[in-house]
Design a protein around this ligand. Structure first.
Ligand code: CA
Length: 639
């Protein structure tokens, strides 16, 4: 050990490419710890590193040496918030050992605003595989830090015992020591505000068939939050909660995105920077917009006439896809579906088909069932889909975060790619870098999505608030299959026409049409299943339908203009030379949007879609800032 290495070993400081981000490593106590500062302000206090396997205890580590190298994250990706990523980064490897001399590396990846780490376990003995019993990685925030979190649910509850499925409410601006709703901690990503010093988003990425999905524990006064593994009750109690992999091997990445403001959090690509494609695509995939009857017309729409109406709606709108949801097999059978797909394709519309994941982990009756969980049935089914020209699948109701569920996702994706099928997952876990890892992966639900607005008025009441959360939390780390953009006022087929006894049924949308159009830009998913209905061709503003014909679903660049989680957001996304700026206000205080200033910042002239006294209006920017009340929004199209 030379002197430099020795000095480093005492208290190495890892520095991001622009030196504002610093990770301080300290092994002077009996446990290896890291802390994070940005612009000299502490955003994370000394927090534990380490893990324990069935073969070795790495919870007490000392640093032997450090290797640091400057690199560039440079890649293209056609279905996240940006198309070309090219930024400086620092890769550092802490070579560590435990008191028995067993080696372990901790790999760090630092960008200007991200710090990610993972554990690399070598094969240093005869042992060729390990089971990870626990991970001690912790996140200890300074006192007074506020939180924006969503809880991990109990297992085997909810619709047909299909949870946990990342479909829970957020608690906004809560203290660190608030208990989670179910007592199981919080699912990723997790957002924190450290006083006036900055913001931190904690998540994980790179989880595949070789590990389980993790979440954060409840707050512990001594350790902070720690990495928590799945609960034994998930997957109907079947399958291990202790992930296992072959040696040499690695854990997934734990990621922290930090900034003085929220822009680095809304713009981060760390979930994709540190992962690699798991296989080469065997087909090419095309993204775009889609219609689906189930969201508003529900189960009763699974019949020939209604599906044709939605195929025709897609054709009329120039959308390339239709999603045919649950129950199609019972209504049409495979032979009938061949005919329907032929009709859709004759209109220039390609088809996605719904499947339940099924298996031994839920009570789902929505069909088709028990095909996607079973390779002996899945493979011939996918051959059939390819033979009739189906382009993708939506698989619903997965069983939790155990490693075996991550194996199922990966096996479905891999088989689907053999047959040119894109994959959408619902009732599902958070995607963790999957857009880069799996070439035919599109997006996942993992959010209280549009269906809840049909089921319950409280979700309509909260729509604007949710829209002002997701760009900073759920949707910033992965594509979000929300299935929204309603233009009906009532979220049912009658859309306000009186039913039985002259009563008007259905939940009532609280947002304006302009806010719904903003959501089309705000929520990022390369395939957008919009919740428009055939009647919107005649009863929605023509400018709204024209905008939905035009709006892209893939983006070259994303920039946060302004916002605060749960209160308001102004987010800009660029497609080619055109900027689309989405603004939504969820706060009682009107949002003042200075369109001229946004034009100056992005360069160009805006066409503004906003709410006038007669509803949706379009026109150039006014001199005065636009005043956007609660539940309203605006879209700027800047060329
Ligand atoms: Ca769902």
């Amino acid at each position: 050990m030379n002197i430099l290495t020795l000095l480093l070993a005492l208290a190495p400081v890892l520095t991001g490419p622009d030196a504002r981000l610093q990770v301080r490593i300290d092994d002077s106590a009996d446990q290896l710890r890291y802390s994070i500062a940005y612009d000299g302000k502490t955003l994370l206090e000394p927090s534990a590193l380490g893990l324990e396997t069935n073969d070795a205890d790495y919870t007490r580590l000392s640093v032997v040496s450090v290797d640091t190298e400057e690199i560039r994250d440079r890649y293209t990706l056609d279905r996240i918030k940006a198309s070309r990523i090219d930024h400086a980064a620092v890769r550092a490897v802490l070579h560590c050992q435990n008191p028995a001399g067993r080696p372990l590396d901790i790999e760090w990846h630092l960008t200007a605003n991200d710090a990610a780490f993972r554990y690399l376990i070598p094969r240093d003995t005869e042992t060729g595989s390990v089971r990870v019993l626990r991970e001690t990685s912790a996140f200890r925030f300074p006192e007074g830090t506020r939180t924006w979190l969503t809880p991990q649910s109990h297992a085997m509850i909810g619709w047909k015992r299909s949870k946990p499925s990342y479909e829970e409410f957020y608690t906004l601006d809560a203290p660190l020591d608030a208990r989670s709703q179910y007592g199981h901690g919080y699912t990723f990503p997790c957002l924190f505000r450290v006083g006036e010093d900055g913001w931190v988003l904690v998540s994980e990425t790179g989880v595949d068939s070789r590990y389980c999905g993790s979440h954060l524990s409840d707050w512990d006064a001594a350790e902070g939050y720690t990495i928590a593994f799945p609960m034994p009750e998930e997957n109907n109690g079947n399958g291990t909660v202790e992930p296992a992999f072959a040696l040499p091997g690695a854990t997934p990445w734990r990621t922290l995105t930090v900034g003085a403001d929220l822009a680095p959090i809304a713009e981060t690509t760390i979930a994709f920077d540190v992962v690699e494609p798991r296989y080469e695509a065997t087909h090419s995939y095309r993204y775009g917009k889609s219609t689906w009857s189930w969201i508003v017309w529900q189960d009763a729409s699974m019949n020939h006439d209604d599906q044709v109406a939605y195929i025709d709606l897609a054709a009329e709108m120039g959308f390339p896809y239709i999603l045919i949801d649950a129950g199609w097999d019972q209504e049409f059978g495979h032979a009938g579906m061949e005919e329907l797909v032929r009709y859709a394709r004759s209109k220039g519309v390609e088809v996605f088909l719904w499947y339940s994941s099924s298996g031994w982990w839920n009570d789902i009756v929505q069909s088709p069932v028990d095909i996607m969980c079973d390779p002996l049935r899945r493979k011939p089914e996918m051959r059939w889909m390819e033979s009739i020209g189906v382009r993708g699948i939506k698989v619903d109701f997965f069983g939790g975060d155990k490693q075996e569920t991550f194996r199922l996702y990966e096996h479905i994706l891999s088989d689907a790619d053999d047959h040119g099928l894109m994959c959408i997952f619902h009732g599902a876990t958070l995607p963790r870098g999957w857009e880069r890892m799996y070439p035919n992966y599109v997006g996942s639900e993992a959010v209280l999505a549009s269906e809840n607005m049909v089921f319950g008025q409280n979700h309509c009441d909260l729509e604007a608030q949710s829209a002002c959360l997701h760009p900073f939390i759920r949707n910033t780390v992965g594509s979000m299959e929300f299935g929204g953009v309603f233009l009906n006022k009532r979220l049912n087929r009658a859309n306000g026409a009186p039913g039985r006894g002259g009563r008007v049924f259905g939940t009532q949308r609280k947002t304006t049409d302009a806010a719904e159009l903003a959501i089309a830009v705000l929520y990022q998913n390369a395939i957008q299943n919009f919740a428009i209905t055939p009647n919107n061709l005649t009863d929605a503003p023509a400018a709204a339908m024209d905008f939905l014909r035009e709006v892209p679903t893939t983006w070259d660049e994303t920039r946060l203009i302004d916002g605060f989680p749960g209160k308001y957001v102004v987010l800009a996304r660029r497609h080619g030379l055109t900027w689309y700026v989405a603004a939504i206000n969820a706060d009682e205080k009107p949002l003042a949007l200075d369109v001229r200033a946004v034009e100056a910042r992005l360069g160009g002239t805006a066409c503004v879609l906003s709410t006038g006294k007669d509803g949706l209006q379009t026109g150039p920017a006014a001199k005065k800032p636009l005043s956007i009340p609660k539940d309203d929004g605006a879209v700027l199209v800047i060329r």
